[in-house]
Design a binder for this molecule. Sequence first.
Ligand code: SF4
Length: 271
Amino acid sequence: MGDSLALAKYAQKTDADVILFCGVHFMCETAKILNPEKIVLLPDLNAGCSLADSAPENEFRKWTTKYSDHTVISYINCSAEIKAMSDIICTSSNAEKIIKSLPLNEKIIFAPDKYLGSYLQKKINRPLRLWDGSCQVHVIFSEKELIKLSIRYPEAQLLAHPECDENILKHADHIGSTTSIINFAKDSEKTQFIIATEPGVIHQMKKQNPNKEFIPLPNNEGCACNECPYMRLNTLEKMYTALNTLQPEIVMSEELRIKALKPLQRMMELS
Ligand code: SF4
């Protein structure tokens, strides 16, 4: 288990010819871009991503053409087509470092997540031109529910992913990538945490910290059901079928793969 880049890199290290991804489409594409010789399978091709979908190829091309004097930095949660139109890819862990590595006078487009972009903009104190995209899971956390939980669990720390809205991030004790949230909870002396990210991460946190309590932050409806509907499409049955039939396979043209590989390589050089 890991973030999409860690998984794609793991796929490079393993001797296996077939990689079965229990993730979403853009993660598999990243693995395929980095591992063209391997068969990459996604158990359900409908496992997309609302954030990646919020940057359609044609609109993004028109928009970036308008700002052709900008360097395009795209968060890894985007399609292969958007990667191919970008100069550098970043993750939530290395975005800050990558932006800081560019000269101060360099104009930067940040896509597709406007909340992550806005968070980085404030943190680094540097203007970014933001694409208007977001993740449906991270935008629906409720500040009102957070305040209720903070009263009920006064000692709990709020751990939030930077894809969340500012109204949640401003209360956070720690903001970071999935990996950094997991590590923070492990190292903290506190025993209660309110989690503002996709709640699938809580399973791993509970395994690592059986004596600590993890409370998923509810959404605006008041229920803690912010699970990513796309990730949940990958069932055990579909994984079994995919391994038996070697389908559905992620395929892309070599031309697209090469274009999408360049900004990924740039990320690895800079981070
Ligand atoms: S939680 Fe789901 S929709 Fe949101 S960025 Fe992750 S994969 Fe995409």
